[in-house]
Design a protein around this ligand. Structure first.
Ligand code: COA
Length: 257
């Protein structure tokens, strides 16, 4: 794949997607989003990819959408940018495989929003997360006002979105924005360890669990419980269910396909 702003590799079942526009703190422009879209499509299609990780460099995960591009923009170009952003984010959030954002340095605006689309967020202790759009005269346009309150509640979201001030990793952990804070030098090994655990889980069940949690969030409790029931029962038709339960009864490790 011909990539300018992203480094992409698949190693031992883990897809590593590294934003690589260091001179602009990995700020996201249309080209970055188009590259990410292609990569995510490949990750979805490639059966050898079991877990997907998004990462940046030590100084920045992603410092937001490219402000230089937006400064020249009008209403029409704002729609074009947000259409593309929402399309790529939907692909990321709906991936039927587990996703992890390994955050270090700045994860602001569109960077924070990309991390919000992942199943897990592991933050290095030098991370600063936030949605500073209000300081630029706009509001988050890539899901920030929707995904953040669903994750951390209205009160903590209001603090972040209305002040526009970024928060440190420890505070992000305290409000539930990230799953774990680790020392910067351990970010990649900790992420690989989590990915290693997820890789061992059966893929159909992972997919069903993600669907149940994510779709369930926009349903009534009753509808969500029925969705869960259908997915639970569907898994009884899989080889992995037979293997998982047989392995338990035979006191051995499961060997999922
Ligand atoms: N869009 C475009 N360029 C960006 C950017 C963004 N979101 N974030 C950083 N950059 C660029 C800077 O313009 C600078 O480029 P230059 O060297 O050509 O001038 C380079 O990245 C380094 O950034 P700099 O501001 O010098 O680094 P810093 O360590 O002093 O500050 C930040 C880091 C993240 C606090 C600061 O860059 C910042 O506030 N960025 C914007 C964050 C933001 O508002 N994001 C949401 C956008 S909707």
């Amino acid at each position: 794949m011909d990539l300018e702003y992203i480094i992409f590799k698949v190693e031992d079942g883990i897809a590593w997607i590294q934003f690589n526009r260091p001179d602009k703190l990995n700020a996201v422009n249309a080209k970055v989003l188009e590259e990410l879209e292609k990569i995510l499509f490949q990750c979805e299609q490639d059966d050898t990819v079991r877990v997907i990780v998004l990462r940046g460099n030590e100084k920045a995960f992603v410092a937001g959408a490219d402000i230089k591009d937006m400064a020249a923009g009008d209403i029409q170009s704002a729609y074009a940018l947000t259409d593309l952003t929402l399309r790529v984010q939907e692909r990321l959030a709906d991936l039927p495989k587990p996703t992890i954002a390994a955050v270090s340095g700045f994860a602001l605006g569109g960077g924070c929003e990309l991390a919000l689309c992942c199943d897990f967020r592991i933050a290095a202790d030098n991370s600063r997360l936030g949605l500073p759009e209000i300081t630029l005269g706009i509001i988050p346009g890539g899901g920030g006002t929707q995904r953040l309150p669903r994750l951390v509640g209205l009160s903590a979201s209001a603090e972040i979105i209305l002040t526009g001030e970024s928060i440190k990793a420890e505070k992000a952990l305290q409000i539930g924005l990230v799953n774990k804070v680790v020392p910067l030098p351990e970010l990649i090994s900790e992420t690989a360890a989590l990915a290693g655990t997820l890789k061992q889980r059966p893929s159909m069940a992972l997919r069903a669990a993600k669907t149940a949690m994510r779709k369930g969030l926009s349903m009534s409790l009753k509808e969500g419980l029925h969705l869960e029931q259908d997915l639970f029962c569907m898994l009884f038709g899989t080889e992995d269910k037979k293997e998982g339960m047989a392995a338990f009864l035979e006191k051995r490790k499961p060997n999922y396909r």
